[in-house]
Ligand binder design. Structure first.
Ligand code: HEC
Ligand code: HEC
Length: 221
Protein backbone atom coordinates (compact mmCIF):
# COMPACT_ATOMS: atom_id res chain seq x y z
CA UNK A 1 0.00 0.00 0.00
CA UNK A 2 1.47 3.43 -0.95
CA UNK A 3 2.32 5.69 2.03
CA UNK A 4 0.49 8.97 2.25
CA UNK A 5 2.64 11.96 1.17
CA UNK A 6 3.10 13.33 4.72
CA UNK A 7 4.35 10.02 6.07
CA UNK A 8 6.66 9.69 3.06
CA UNK A 9 8.11 13.11 3.79
CA UNK A 10 8.62 12.15 7.46
CA UNK A 11 10.35 8.97 6.50
CA UNK A 12 12.60 10.82 4.06
CA UNK A 13 13.49 13.44 6.70
CA UNK A 14 14.28 10.71 9.19
CA UNK A 15 16.63 8.96 6.73
CA UNK A 16 18.32 12.27 5.83
CA UNK A 17 18.77 13.21 9.49
CA UNK A 18 20.26 9.79 10.29
CA UNK A 19 22.68 10.09 7.38
CA UNK A 20 23.81 13.55 8.49
CA UNK A 21 24.26 12.49 12.10
CA UNK A 22 26.25 9.35 11.12
CA UNK A 23 28.54 11.37 8.89
CA UNK A 24 29.03 13.96 11.66
CA UNK A 25 29.77 11.12 14.01
CA UNK A 26 32.34 9.64 11.62
CA UNK A 27 34.13 12.98 11.44
CA UNK A 28 33.99 13.60 15.19
CA UNK A 29 37.44 13.73 16.81
CA UNK A 30 38.00 10.99 19.36
CA UNK A 31 37.64 12.25 22.91
CA UNK A 32 41.07 13.35 24.19
CA UNK A 33 41.79 11.38 27.37
CA UNK A 34 44.08 13.03 29.96
CA UNK A 35 47.76 12.01 29.50
CA UNK A 36 47.88 9.79 32.65
CA UNK A 37 45.07 7.64 31.20
CA UNK A 38 47.06 7.17 27.98
CA UNK A 39 50.24 6.28 29.89
CA UNK A 40 48.29 3.69 31.90
CA UNK A 41 46.89 2.27 28.65
CA UNK A 42 50.42 2.04 27.21
CA UNK A 43 51.73 0.22 30.31
CA UNK A 44 48.82 -2.24 30.20
CA UNK A 45 49.26 -3.14 26.53
CA UNK A 46 53.05 -3.36 27.02
CA UNK A 47 52.49 -6.11 29.63
CA UNK A 48 49.67 -7.90 27.83
CA UNK A 49 51.06 -10.60 25.50
CA UNK A 50 47.58 -11.11 24.00
CA UNK A 51 47.05 -7.46 22.99
CA UNK A 52 50.61 -6.43 22.16
CA UNK A 53 51.06 -7.96 18.66
CA UNK A 54 47.95 -6.24 17.24
CA UNK A 55 48.97 -2.93 18.83
CA UNK A 56 52.46 -3.18 17.29
CA UNK A 57 50.97 -3.96 13.87
CA UNK A 58 48.69 -0.90 14.13
CA UNK A 59 51.64 1.16 15.34
CA UNK A 60 53.71 0.12 12.32
CA UNK A 61 50.92 1.29 10.01
CA UNK A 62 50.47 4.56 11.89
CA UNK A 63 54.23 5.22 11.77
CA UNK A 64 54.52 4.69 8.00
CA UNK A 65 54.17 8.43 7.26
CA UNK A 66 56.84 9.27 9.83
CA UNK A 67 59.51 7.45 7.80
CA UNK A 68 59.86 10.38 5.38
CA UNK A 69 61.60 12.35 8.09
CA UNK A 70 62.40 9.99 10.97
CA UNK A 71 63.82 7.25 8.72
CA UNK A 72 63.01 3.56 8.39
CA UNK A 73 62.26 2.11 11.83
CA UNK A 74 62.80 5.57 13.34
CA UNK A 75 66.53 5.73 12.49
CA UNK A 76 66.83 9.28 11.20
CA UNK A 77 69.28 10.23 8.48
CA UNK A 78 68.49 13.95 8.72
CA UNK A 79 70.60 15.96 11.15
CA UNK A 80 67.77 18.10 12.56
CA UNK A 81 65.33 15.21 12.86
CA UNK A 82 65.57 13.00 15.97
CA UNK A 83 65.89 9.21 16.01
CA UNK A 84 62.81 7.61 17.48
CA UNK A 85 64.06 3.99 17.28
CA UNK A 86 64.64 2.46 20.70
CA UNK A 87 63.33 5.59 22.43
CA UNK A 88 61.45 4.96 25.69
CA UNK A 89 57.74 4.55 24.89
CA UNK A 90 56.56 6.73 27.80
CA UNK A 91 58.82 9.54 26.57
CA UNK A 92 57.56 9.19 22.98
CA UNK A 93 53.95 9.27 24.14
CA UNK A 94 54.55 12.23 26.45
CA UNK A 95 56.20 14.26 23.67
CA UNK A 96 53.40 13.42 21.22
CA UNK A 97 50.89 14.63 23.81
CA UNK A 98 52.94 17.81 24.29
CA UNK A 99 52.77 18.50 20.53
CA UNK A 100 48.99 17.97 20.65
CA UNK A 101 48.49 20.21 23.69
CA UNK A 102 50.77 22.98 22.39
CA UNK A 103 53.36 22.45 25.14
CA UNK A 104 56.13 21.82 22.61
CA UNK A 105 56.30 24.46 19.96
CA UNK A 106 59.56 24.01 18.11
CA UNK A 107 57.84 22.48 15.11
CA UNK A 108 54.34 23.49 13.97
CA UNK A 109 54.55 20.75 11.37
CA UNK A 110 55.07 18.03 14.02
CA UNK A 111 52.05 19.28 15.95
CA UNK A 112 49.95 18.86 12.81
CA UNK A 113 51.34 15.36 12.17
CA UNK A 114 50.55 14.17 15.68
CA UNK A 115 47.10 15.78 15.80
CA UNK A 116 46.24 13.56 12.81
CA UNK A 117 46.74 10.49 15.04
CA UNK A 118 44.00 9.41 17.44
CA UNK A 119 44.99 9.01 21.12
CA UNK A 120 44.96 5.19 20.69
CA UNK A 121 47.18 5.47 17.61
CA UNK A 122 49.69 7.54 19.60
CA UNK A 123 49.96 4.71 22.14
CA UNK A 124 50.43 2.08 19.40
CA UNK A 125 52.99 4.16 17.48
CA UNK A 126 55.00 4.79 20.69
CA UNK A 127 55.07 1.04 21.44
CA UNK A 128 56.11 0.20 17.88
CA UNK A 129 58.92 2.77 17.61
CA UNK A 130 60.33 1.94 21.05
CA UNK A 131 60.86 -1.64 19.87
CA UNK A 132 62.74 -0.79 16.69
CA UNK A 133 66.46 -1.58 16.79
CA UNK A 134 68.86 1.37 16.87
CA UNK A 135 71.28 1.20 13.93
CA UNK A 136 74.87 1.40 15.11
CA UNK A 137 76.90 4.35 13.90
CA UNK A 138 80.68 4.45 13.78
CA UNK A 139 81.76 5.55 17.26
CA UNK A 140 84.82 7.74 17.45
CA UNK A 141 85.25 9.89 20.53
CA UNK A 142 87.58 12.82 19.78
CA UNK A 143 88.88 15.47 22.21
CA UNK A 144 85.61 17.38 22.09
CA UNK A 145 83.67 14.18 22.82
CA UNK A 146 85.99 13.44 25.75
CA UNK A 147 85.19 16.86 27.25
CA UNK A 148 81.51 16.09 26.71
CA UNK A 149 81.88 12.79 28.56
CA UNK A 150 83.28 14.60 31.60
CA UNK A 151 80.40 17.12 31.61
CA UNK A 152 77.89 14.32 31.17
CA UNK A 153 79.32 12.45 34.16
CA UNK A 154 79.08 15.57 36.32
CA UNK A 155 75.69 16.96 35.30
CA UNK A 156 73.49 14.50 33.42
CA UNK A 157 74.20 10.93 34.44
CA UNK A 158 71.91 11.10 37.50
CA UNK A 159 68.79 11.27 35.34
CA UNK A 160 69.74 9.97 31.87
CA UNK A 161 71.84 7.05 33.22
CA UNK A 162 75.37 5.76 32.66
CA UNK A 163 74.61 4.46 29.17
CA UNK A 164 72.35 7.48 28.39
CA UNK A 165 69.34 5.26 27.72
CA UNK A 166 67.07 7.10 30.18
CA UNK A 167 63.90 5.40 31.42
CA UNK A 168 60.16 6.08 31.25
CA UNK A 169 59.68 9.80 30.59
CA UNK A 170 63.42 10.52 30.64
CA UNK A 171 64.66 10.22 27.07
CA UNK A 172 67.33 8.01 25.63
CA UNK A 173 70.13 10.26 24.31
CA UNK A 174 72.58 7.56 23.17
CA UNK A 175 73.18 7.66 19.43
CA UNK A 176 70.91 10.68 18.90
CA UNK A 177 71.62 13.03 15.97
CA UNK A 178 74.31 15.62 16.88
CA UNK A 179 72.50 18.59 15.35
CA UNK A 180 69.21 17.68 17.03
CA UNK A 181 70.94 17.31 20.43
CA UNK A 182 72.53 20.74 20.09
CA UNK A 183 69.25 22.35 18.98
CA UNK A 184 67.34 20.75 21.88
CA UNK A 185 69.85 21.74 24.55
CA UNK A 186 69.83 25.34 23.31
CA UNK A 187 66.03 25.39 23.31
CA UNK A 188 65.88 24.28 26.94
CA UNK A 189 68.62 26.75 27.89
CA UNK A 190 67.10 29.71 26.05
CA UNK A 191 63.49 28.90 27.06
CA UNK A 192 60.31 29.29 25.01
CA UNK A 193 60.08 26.46 22.51
CA UNK A 194 60.73 23.63 24.95
CA UNK A 195 59.98 24.18 28.57
CA UNK A 196 61.03 21.74 31.28
CA UNK A 197 62.14 23.04 34.69
CA UNK A 198 64.70 20.24 35.21
CA UNK A 199 66.33 20.63 31.81
CA UNK A 200 66.24 24.42 32.15
CA UNK A 201 68.13 24.16 35.44
CA UNK A 202 70.78 21.81 34.05
CA UNK A 203 71.41 23.75 30.83
CA UNK A 204 71.30 27.27 32.31
CA UNK A 205 75.07 27.60 32.74
CA UNK A 206 76.15 25.70 29.62
CA UNK A 207 78.14 27.61 27.01
CA UNK A 208 77.69 26.80 23.32
CA UNK A 209 81.03 24.94 23.40
CA UNK A 210 79.78 22.76 26.30
CA UNK A 211 76.65 21.94 24.34
CA UNK A 212 78.69 20.97 21.27
CA UNK A 213 80.89 18.73 23.43
CA UNK A 214 77.92 17.01 25.09
CA UNK A 215 76.22 16.44 21.72
CA UNK A 216 79.43 15.08 20.19
CA UNK A 217 79.81 12.60 23.07
CA UNK A 218 76.19 11.44 23.21
CA UNK A 219 75.91 10.87 19.47
CA UNK A 220 78.76 8.33 19.63
CA UNK A 221 77.13 6.13 22.30
C1 HEC B 1 58.35 16.56 7.75
C2 HEC B 1 59.18 15.86 8.68
C3 HEC B 1 58.54 15.07 9.82
C4 HEC B 1 57.57 14.09 9.75
C5 HEC B 1 56.84 13.56 8.53
C6 HEC B 1 57.38 13.61 11.12
N1 HEC B 1 58.24 14.27 11.97
FE1 HEC B 1 58.41 13.98 13.98
N2 HEC B 1 59.81 15.43 14.09
C7 HEC B 1 60.30 16.17 13.03
C8 HEC B 1 61.25 17.16 13.52
C9 HEC B 1 62.02 18.17 12.69
C10 HEC B 1 61.29 16.99 14.93
C11 HEC B 1 62.11 17.81 15.92
C12 HEC B 1 61.22 18.89 16.44
C13 HEC B 1 61.92 19.63 17.51
O1 HEC B 1 63.11 19.92 17.32
O2 HEC B 1 61.31 19.91 18.54
C14 HEC B 1 60.39 15.90 15.24
C15 HEC B 1 60.19 15.42 16.54
C16 HEC B 1 59.40 14.33 16.86
C17 HEC B 1 59.28 13.76 18.20
C18 HEC B 1 60.03 14.19 19.43
C19 HEC B 1 61.26 13.28 19.59
C20 HEC B 1 62.16 13.61 20.73
O3 HEC B 1 63.24 13.00 20.81
O4 HEC B 1 61.82 14.44 21.56
C21 HEC B 1 58.40 12.72 18.11
C22 HEC B 1 57.95 11.81 19.23
C23 HEC B 1 57.97 12.64 16.72
N3 HEC B 1 58.61 13.63 15.98
C24 HEC B 1 57.08 11.71 16.24
C25 HEC B 1 56.65 11.65 14.92
C26 HEC B 1 55.67 10.71 14.45
C27 HEC B 1 55.00 9.66 15.31
C28 HEC B 1 55.47 10.97 13.11
C29 HEC B 1 54.53 10.29 12.16
C30 HEC B 1 53.15 10.19 12.58
C31 HEC B 1 56.36 12.09 12.77
N4 HEC B 1 57.05 12.47 13.89
C32 HEC B 1 56.47 12.63 11.50
C33 HEC B 1 59.97 16.00 11.70
C34 HEC B 1 58.97 15.16 11.21
C1 HEC C 1 66.84 16.06 36.90
C2 HEC C 1 66.85 15.13 35.78
C3 HEC C 1 67.60 15.53 34.52
C4 HEC C 1 68.93 15.94 34.43
C5 HEC C 1 69.95 16.10 35.54
C6 HEC C 1 69.17 16.12 33.01
N1 HEC C 1 68.05 15.82 32.28
FE1 HEC C 1 67.88 15.92 30.25
N2 HEC C 1 65.88 15.50 30.39
C7 HEC C 1 65.21 15.24 31.57
C8 HEC C 1 63.79 15.15 31.27
C9 HEC C 1 62.70 14.84 32.27
C10 HEC C 1 63.65 15.38 29.88
C11 HEC C 1 62.33 15.47 29.07
C12 HEC C 1 61.85 16.91 29.21
C13 HEC C 1 60.72 17.28 28.25
O1 HEC C 1 59.62 16.75 28.38
O2 HEC C 1 60.96 18.11 27.35
C14 HEC C 1 64.98 15.60 29.36
C15 HEC C 1 65.27 15.85 28.02
C16 HEC C 1 66.54 15.97 27.49
C17 HEC C 1 66.84 16.12 26.09
C18 HEC C 1 65.85 16.09 24.93
C19 HEC C 1 65.95 14.75 24.24
C20 HEC C 1 65.09 14.61 23.03
O3 HEC C 1 65.02 13.50 22.48
O4 HEC C 1 64.47 15.58 22.61
C21 HEC C 1 68.21 16.23 25.98
C22 HEC C 1 69.02 16.40 24.71
C23 HEC C 1 68.74 16.15 27.32
N3 HEC C 1 67.71 15.99 28.22
C24 HEC C 1 70.09 16.22 27.64
C25 HEC C 1 70.59 16.38 28.93
C26 HEC C 1 71.96 16.73 29.24
C27 HEC C 1 73.06 16.86 28.20
C28 HEC C 1 72.03 16.86 30.59
C29 HEC C 1 73.23 17.32 31.41
C30 HEC C 1 73.77 18.63 31.05
C31 HEC C 1 70.71 16.56 31.14
N4 HEC C 1 69.86 16.29 30.09
C32 HEC C 1 70.39 16.55 32.49
C33 HEC C 1 65.78 15.09 32.83
C34 HEC C 1 67.06 15.47 33.17
Amino acid sequence: MPLNPRLRLHRWLLIAATAVSTSLHAREKPVEPPPPVLHAQLAQIDRDAARLPAALARGEKGAAVCRHCHGVGGNSVRPEVPNLAGQNPDYLLEQMNKFVHGQRQSSAFMSGMIKALSPDERVDVALFLSRQPVLKKPAHVDARGAAGARLYGKLCVGCHGASATGAHKIPRLAGQQVQYLEDSLKRYRDGGERVDPRMAAYTRNLKDADIQALAAYLSTL
